[in-house]
Design a protein around this ligand. Structure first.
Ligand code: F3S
Length: 417
């Protein structure tokens, strides 16, 4: 039996970030609650429950003393306001890609546009997005619904529209919707908000299913992106959705089997599935290598100019004018560990940044501000030396034999003498 694993299988950037947030809070000794299950994976949520993490359906249910985590799906503006009003300590782990749609939904209302969203109206991400709309809005779950909507509301064809999609919307269906809009509407602004990670995962699942005899989709049965992967694969070959390795069907020898997994499937479960298959087939595929390959990133020395679009306690989100979402981890903002992201930047700030790492599969770029600042600082220090000029910095650390002074993001050793 030949087994092939999709490079895009497993946690996406947003889910990884949300799950890591919960584990980080636990490590910090904080009692933690999540607003809804943090991901659609019973193994992970089971592990978190065993560690004392409480899942609440409404902020008011948050036990006293708990820090509440908003999951990657995000929530409506009303829920955000309720959390603030109840004064609950909260960490917002809404995926930056979803946050961007919240902003589009709100802006559409401000600009007097009707907001149209392609997505599943029962999905929490969609409910959260709609909860940021300020004006007329509609949701369509496929092209057929869009055609009917425009047929039943002919005035929409002339109205200014803002059209976006749920991040996990089916890429092929989105294309059909765009064709319809192009044909029937005269004033529609289109925002391509399907997450790159989702589009790539779906595309790879399709090509894998086209060349394999069987497909296995690993993921939670409640997960919409996993269900979509199953639907895509099932168009091309016999497909099985499994949550755990022990649900694996028995395949006859000689078949080629493709494996993919939803965005909320941890690597540990995919490894378990592969190990079980290897036991049965003596397959020698090395999943570790494959996973590493799939997460391959590279360092570049490229500089980009970006605008700050969001700030969280651990990251700053930056629009660098590319398709990918840019983010600066807190430790790449400043060399001074005592400063918080909000002390260093504010929304709308423009700055030069260094690309540290890109992840094409997830559609993210990791950036550094402190390294660019340090390069600029170094030039100034060299010049000051030449000109015999005095510079002023901030003492940030006392070390053996002197102190460390911070000047324009440069750590400078000043001997005690
Ligand atoms: Fe975010 Fe895309 Fe994942 S929208 S939560 S990175 S699938």
């Amino acid at each position: 039996m030949k087994v092939e694993v999709a490079k895009t299988a497993g946690f996406c950037f947003g889910v990884d970030r949300a799950v890591s947030t919960v584990y980080r809070l636990l490590e910090e000794g904080k009692r933690t609650a999540t607003l809804g299950p943090i991901i659609h994976n019973p193994q992970v949520t089971g592990d978190l429950a065993a560690r004392g993490v409480v899942t609440v359906n409404d902020p008011a249910e948050t036990p006293k003393g708990c820090t509440l985590v908003i999951r990657s799906h995000g929530v409506s503006q009303a829920v955000e306001e309720k959390i603030r009003a109840l004064d609950i300590p909260c960490v917002d782990a809404t995926c930056p890609f979803v946050k961007k749609i919240h902003q589009l939904a709100a802006a559409a209302g401000d600009q007097g546009k009707t907001f149209l969203l392609a997505g599943d109206r029962d999905h929490p991400e969609v409910q959260g997005i709609l909860g940021h709309c300020k004006g007329e809005n509609f949701t369509v779950k496929n092209n057929e619904e869009l055609v009917n909507l425009l047929k039943n509301n002919p005035d929409l064809r002339e109205k200014p529209l803002a059209f976006a999609a749920q991040t996990t919307f089916h890429a092929g269906e989105w294309e059909k919707c765009l064709e319809t809009l192009k044909k029937l509407c005269t004033n529609a602004a289109v925002f391509a908000t399907i997450c790159n990670a989702t589009a790539r995962r779906q595309k790879e699942a399709k090509t894998l299913a086209q060349r394999c005899d069987r497909m296995i989709v690993v993921g939670g049965r409640d997960s919409s992106n996993t269900a979509k992967l199953r639907d895509i694969c099932a168009q091309y070959c016999e497909t099985y959705l499994i949550e755990r390795a022990d649900e694996l069907p028995v395949f006859s020898a000689g078949l080629s089997v493709g494996i993919t997994a939803g965005a909320s499937t941890p690597a540990s479960i995919i490894k378990e599935v592969l190990a079980t298959m290897a036991e049965v087939t003596n397959n020698e595929q090395n999943f570790e290598e494959m996973l590493e390959e799939s997460l391959k990133s590279f360092n570049t020395d490229e500089r980009v100019h970006g605008v700050v679009v969001g700030i969280s306690p651990t990251e700053v989100y930056v629009d660098v004018g590319r398709k990918q979402a840019g983010f600066i981890p807190a430790n790449e903002l400043s060399n001074d560990p005592s400063v918080k992201p909000e002390d260093v930047v504010k929304i709308g700030d423009e700055m030069d940044l260094l690309i540290m790492k890109t992840n094409d599969q997830e559609g993210t770029i990791m950036l550094s501000k402190r390294r660019v600042d340090a390069m600029k600082g170094w030039d100034e220090i060299s010049q000051a030396l030449e000109n015999n000029e005095v510079l002023e910095g901030k003492v940030i650390e006392v070390v053996k034999g002197g102190v460390i002074v911070l000047y324009k993001a440069m750590r400078i050793f000043v001997p005690a003498s």
